[in-house]
Design a protein around this ligand. Structure first.
Ligand SMILES: Cc1cc2nc3c(=O)[nH]c(=O)nc-3n(C[C@H](O)[C@H](O)[C@H](O)COP(=O)(O)OP(=O)(O)OC[C@H]3O[C@@H](n4cnc5c(N)ncnc54)[C@H](O)[C@@H]3O)c2cc1C
Length: 464
């Protein structure tokens, strides 16, 4: 029974280090204590704050309904943890089981949880990104700065990218009667997550709410005035927009650089782990003492063809953290798989949008309830004749029903009748997702020079 003895000792007097002190890190730590871990628990976070909640940053905070310092995550229990806040983990020695910190300290661990999440992808042209008035939105500090600038009363806000965050920012601006332009490379807002059929509804919502929405265009450059304040955004169709606030909302980059050279299977796409949240090393062999959870993780899901899914979803971070923590402390036969069915919510332009499953895998969509025209509907996504996802606009109460269809691999189109199905829901139509084989971004860099010494990389705006 040596393994049992080890686990008993681990629980009693082991050392667990959690890197990433946010939603996944906190919920994992709480679960560790709930499951009887009485040893030393160290929480490492590069932000100076105790764990806070990010969804309000693009919603209540921008609407001035709350302030960024009122977003602390509720605590489920006392943790008795050693908090190392404001200090980044900078390296991992897997053989010695040690995490190196930016202040030079080294933390030894028996089990390590990595929950370092993602960061906002910055505007790629560094000098333009540094112009006063150019923002991203991921952290409490980002939200504090943007909230202040919106309260100063900008003449126009320019949002680059109409994904969920960009659309929520535009929505908050309109609710505060601030003029806003949104530029989106795709054919419609939310098109990458929900496809063109639903994206068209999102576009109508934006335009009717007064957003100056430009689709099918790329932003080719940001220009500042002599004082270094942003003034103009130039677009690939030759037009330009005067704005004194620009919010770059181009998605996220995974926080894995600190693991470079460690031997862990970590890279730009995140950290791959098995369904039990154990990280893979670069050889593809699963580790026994390093676990991953939250936005930084990629894990296989049997319901979705065992694809490695990276989910930037609040609920996923909580559920994966709980599973990882449980598995850190138990025998292999008692490990649980992370089988959470992806779910996401957003509120924008007065509409509550929720999704379940993986709509972006869908090739077809059927409006099974309500109607697109009324902006109150359920859209069901099909892939290879089974239900793979669903989205609701102001119809969230039906979501558990569709989640069950996804879990039970129900056939698509769904065979049942719905009382409020309209003629448009008589048969599925193509879901109209962007072609994944087409690069999502135009060229952003060019190389010049011939010898290694004069070889230079320069930003080049993408063009359509
Ligand atoms: C503006 C906004 C709105 C959102 N709205 C929604 C929504 O409506 N619905 C929804 O489902 N989800 C939403 N999300 C996503 C949700 O907030 C995330 O899924 C969730 O925060 C993931 O938690 P996490 O702990 O995995 O990662 P994160 O919250 O990203 O936390 C990771 C932490 O690790 C820290 N870190 C990184 N590198 C290091 C290092 N080397 N050393 C130490 N610390 C490090 C980071 O600074 C960060 O504090 C939103 C996110 C944002 C930004």
């Amino acid at each position: 029974m040596p393994a049992d003895g080890y686990l008993e000792r681990l629980k009693r007097e082991g050392r667990i280090v959690v890197v990433g002190a946010s939603l996944a890190g906190l919920r994992a730590a709480e679960t560790l204590r709930d499951e009887g871990f009485a040893g030393t628990l160290t929480m490492v976070g590069d932000e100076p704050y105790e764990p806070y909640d990010r969804p309000p940053l693009s919603k209540g905070v921008l609407l001035n309904r709350t302030t960024p310092d009122h977003t602390a995550l509720p605590r489920r229990r006392a943790l008795d943890a050693d908090w190392r806040l404001g200090v980044a983990a900078t390296g991992l020695d897997m053989a010695a089981k040690r995490v190196r910190l930016a202040d030079g300290e080294e933390l030894e661990y028996d089990r390590l949880l990595i929950a370092t999440g993602v960061r906002a992808r910055p505007w790629p042209h560094e000098r333009e990104a540094e112009l006063d008035g150019v923002f991203v939105l991921r952290t409490r500090d980002d939200a504090t700065a943007l909230q202040k600038r919106l309260t100063d009363g900008p003449r126009r806000v320019f949002v680059v990218g109409a994904g969920f965050t960009g659309s929520e920012i535009a929505s908050a601006c309109r609710e505060r009667e601030i003029a806003v332009t949104v530029a989106e490379r795709g054919a419609a807002p939310l098109v990458g997550a929900l496809g063109g059929v639903v994206g068209e509804v999102a576009a109508q919502l934006q335009r009717e709410s007064g957003v100056d929405l430009r689709t099918g265009v790329m932003v080719t450059g940001l220009e500042g005035d002599s004082a270094g304040r942003v003034r103009t955004a130039h677009l690939s169709d030759g037009s330009s927009v005067e704005a004194d606030v620009v919010v770059v909302s181009l998605g996220a980059t995974r926080n894995t650089e600190w693991l470079t050279g460690s031997g862990l299977g970590a890279g730009p796409r995140g950290i791959a782990c098995d369904a039990g949240c154990r990280a893979f090393d670069i050889r593809g062999i699963v580790t026994d003492d390093i676990f991953v959870a939250g936005d930084v993780a990629r894990s296989p899901h049997p319901l979705f063809g065992y694809q490695f899914l990276s989910l930037e979803h609040w609920g996923n971070a909580v559920s994966q953290a709980e599973t990882a923590a449980h598995n850190m402390l138990c025998k292999s036969v008692d490990r649980r798989p992370h089988m959470w069915v992806p779910a996401f919510w957003s509120s924008q332009f007065g509409v509550n949008i929720k999704s379940v499953g993986v709509p972006s895998m869908g090739t077809e969509i059927l409006i099974s309830q309500g109607s697109l025209a009324e902006r109150r509907f359920v859209g069901v996504y099909g892939y290879q004749e089974r239900v793979i996802g669903a989205v609701t606009f102001d119809q969230a109460r039906w979501l558990p029903f569709y989640e069950h269809l996804i879990e039970t691999t129900a056939s698509f189109p769904p065979p049942f009748a719905t009382v409020d199905r309209r003629p448009e829901g008589a048969r599925p139509v193509p879901a109209d997702f962007p072609d994944p084989s087409v690069p999502t971004h135009g060229p952003t860099v060019t190389l010049s020079g011939y010898s290694p010494a004069d070889r230079r990389m320069t930003f080049t705006p993408g063009r359509h």
